[in-house]
Design a protein around this ligand. Structure first.
Ligand SMILES: [Zn+2]
Ligand SMILES: [Zn+2]
Length: 183
């Protein structure tokens, strides 16, 4: 099989985990996992491992954004954002279900214990959640710019404190009133 990134380099068979066969390009360091191989490995893997925090991931991922063709059926691979703090996309073939991982993408997913949930990344629910996360991050940057970071951080602290107050509405009315002592 030829590497979908380097195009002329042949990939070699490797073992990514016990009972998980893949193909690896020695030149760019990417991996290809076919759907039958992943499904068979997943069946013997048991329950999904608990997701680890982002701080556990210490890899330089090289997400290659250029379009790639499936090395098997030549269809254009579709991109799926991973989310959960991992800022890269996986390339999946809509024909045969094989997945291409650019250099260190598989390793990053593995460090975060998401390597046993890759099949879920391509589902509508997962992608909806990724869009929600990305929208929230965008709004976070927007508020930071508008209010200034120091003010925004303070406002977030107050907001968090307010959430736990049973008299929340009364406090908000008091704050919003220009002169709460006027009679
Ligand atoms: Zn390559
Ligand atoms: Zn394919």
């Amino acid at each position: 099989m030829l590497c979908p990134v380097c195009k002329t380099r042949k990939c070699n068979a490797v073992r990514l985990d016990e009972n998980l066969e893949a193909l690896r390009c020695a030149s760019c360091g990417g991996h290809w996992i076919s759907r039958p191989h992943y499904s068979a490995w997943l069946k013997g893997h048991g329950d999904p491992l608990p997701e680890k925090p982002l701080s556990a991931v210490q890899l330089d991922v090289q997400d290659i954004v250029a379009a790639k063709l499936c090395p098997g059926c030549r269809k254009i691979l579709l991109k799926f954002r991973v989310g959960h703090g991992l800022d890269f996309s996986l390339d999946r073939c809509p024909g045969c279900g094989g997945v291409w991982f650019d250099r260190n993408e598989w390793e990053a997913l593995r460090q975060k214990n998401l390597h046993d949930e890759i099949h879920r990344i391509f589902c509508t629910d997962w992608q909806r959640q990724v869009r929600r996360e990305e929208m929230a991050a965008q709004l976070d940057r927007l508020y930071g710019n508008r209010l200034g970071m120091e003010c925004y951080e303070r406002a977030k602290e107050i907001r968090e404190w307010l959430r736990g107050q049973p008299q929340r509405q009364a406090i908000l009315a008091f704050l919003a009133d220009d002169d709460p002592y006027a009679v």
